[in-house]
Design a protein around this ligand. Structure first.
Ligand SMILES: Nc1ncnc2c1ncn2[C@@H]1O[C@H](COP(=O)(O)OP(=O)(O)O)[C@@H](O)[C@H]1O
Ligand SMILES: [Mg+2]
Length: 259
């Protein structure tokens, strides 16, 4: 069975796209067949994986006007793992999704029952061709994120120190609970401290507070070589033995059983 993993946080700049890049490349490198679905119209993940951002297509795929084979492209890059990694690149006009969903309401209802289930339906049509599907989402609680939560087995929530309050996560956790109860009882979540400055005491204090309310994973530190990883299009697992980021991610994926 395909494992579907969504990276989500309704805040921007918390390290979602970073996490989606490191996770999808790691899984592909371990020999899994991996599909990345880039639902953020900025398309940063698509570009880092060597896939061109399209003008349209994801919305058309979701409503059933085009087939999966028309939206899936191979990832491109100089490393071996790319052969295991396909991408559904972002569409600039994802912003039109809401409009399109209203226009095709009757069709959507006939096929999926309700629009929230569309992505799940399209993923089921891939017939377990992939071991893992990793979904990157935009920084808002819109249709893209809701559809992803309905379609997923688990959700990874990168969280930054300034948001280490229950308040900051409240909106997302509320949505998570609703989806879990109504559509997807198996859905699990993990909160991942992201871009952590270990030397700042205030961050440690906030992290401890957060850990009292939620189960929190091992942290990912704020490190210069993480940014290099994106600009060089070279995942952390390919960095040298001494790389702190490489260690952080290895610990994280091991602890989550993602290998
Ligand atoms: N652990 C990290 N250490 C240093 N820089 C990071 C780290 N994680 C992400 N970044 C950088 O921070 C910025 C925001 O990260 P990004 O993954 O794009 O966030 P989001 O997708 O949540 O908006 C990017 O420039 C990214 O390269
Ligand atoms: Mg992003």
């Amino acid at each position: 069975m395909t494992q579907v993993i969504t990276i989500a946080n309704n805040k921007g700049g918390v390290g979602k796209t970073m996490q989606a890049y490191q996770l999808s490349t790691h899984l592909a490198n371990e020999g899994n067949k991996v599909l990345v679905i880039d639902l953020d119209s900025q398309g940063n993940l698509s570009s880092t994986l060597g896939a061109e951002v399209r003008r349209t297509l994801i919305p058309e795929w979701l409503i059933g006007d085009v087939d999966a084979q028309d939206v899936i492209v191979p990832s491109v890059g100089k490393y071996d793992f790319h052969k295991n990694l396909d991408v559904i690149p972002s569409s600039r006009h994802l912003a039109n999704l809401a409009k399109l969903l209203i226009l095709s309401e009757a069709e959507v209802r006939k096929n999926a029952g309700r629009k929230e289930r569309l992505l799940k339906l399209r993923i089921s049509e891939l017939n377990n061709k992939y071991d893992y599907i990793v979904i990157d989402t935009p920084p808002m609680l819109g249709d893209e994120l809701i559809m992803s939560l309905v379609a997923s087995n688990r959700i990874l929530i990168p969280t930054q120190a300034q948001d280490y309050s229950i308040d900051g996560l409240e909106e997302l956790m509320d949505t998570f609970e609703i989806i879990k109860e109504s559509e997807n009882p198996q859905l699990e979540f993990s909160i991942i401290p992201s871009m952590v400055n270990a030397r700042r005491k205030i961050e440690q204090t906030r992290l401890d507070e957060l850990a009292q309310s939620f189960k929190v994973t091992t942290p990912i530190r704020n490190l210069v070589d993480m940014q290099e990883s994106i600009s060089l299009k070279k995942p952390m697992f390919l960095m040298n033995r001494k790389s702190k980021g490489k260690k952080d991610y290895k610990k994280l994926w091991d602890s989550l059983g993602l290998m």
